[in-house]
Design a protein around this ligand. Structure first.
Ligand SMILES: Cc1cc2nc3c(=O)[nH]c(=O)nc-3n(C[C@H](O)[C@H](O)[C@H](O)COP(=O)(O)O)c2cc1C
Length: 167
């Protein structure tokens, strides 16, 4: 299997922690850590499989580092490339925008022709609205460190097992 780009901001706390756990579960040699804060289109296109860390900020928005890469990303042809998203959010603090960032990123990637994998069930979460929902699934793995901290390790383990089959 070619290396998976595990792309997230190295400047974050919780997203970085989740990425570290994902890398461990995947096997360090299977993934390459890529800093979303300094990614270029050329580097991005050098991979075929991607796991993107996409937390939600600003009441339902992407963090600045992703917003800055989006114009370049929108110009890329991502046909034949597989993506899985994980996104931190806070379902109690932001029940009307829970993990919206994953939904925003999923829509952009799909417009570029990408294939999305790694959907997960919304069972066990409590929120009102999320742009990351498709029916009763999230378009990736929703991680809520604030309210479900004890479930993070198991959720990541299950998700990585799922990705190993889907990638
Ligand atoms: C100012 C602010 C705005 C936030 N907005 C949202 C939001 O709209 N939806 C959501 O699910 N979580 C929201 N969150 C929660 C963060 O996504 C959560 O704390 C996440 O773990 C941050 O990850 P990071 O520190 O790795 O970027 C917000 C947090 C802050 C501090």
């Amino acid at each position: 299997m070619s290396k998976v780009a595990l792309c997230f901001s190295f400047n974050t706390n919780k997203t970085s922690l989740a990425a570290k756990k994902i890398a461990e579960a995947f096997g360090q040699t299977q993934v390459e850590l890529v800093n979303a804060e300094s990614i270029t289109p050329e580097e991005f296109l050098s991979y075929k499989k991607y796991i993107l860390g996409v937390p939600t900020w600003f009441d339902g928005e992407l963090p600045n580092y992703w917003d800055e890469f989006i114009p370049a990303l929108e110009d890329l042809d991502l046909k034949g490339r597989k993506f899985a998203l994980f996104g931190n959010g806070d379902q109690k603090g932001y029940p009307e925008n829970f993990v919206d960032g994953m939904g925003l990123m999923a829509a952009i990637l799909e417009k570029c022709g990408a294939t999305l994998t790694g959907y997960t069930s919304t069972n066990g979460y409590e929120f009102e609205r999320s742009k990351a929902c498709r029916g009763d699934q999230f378009v990736g793995l929703a991680l809520d460190f604030e309210n479900q901290g004890k479930q993070i390790n198991q959720k990541i383990k299950d998700w990585v097992d799922q990705l190993k089959k889907e990638f």
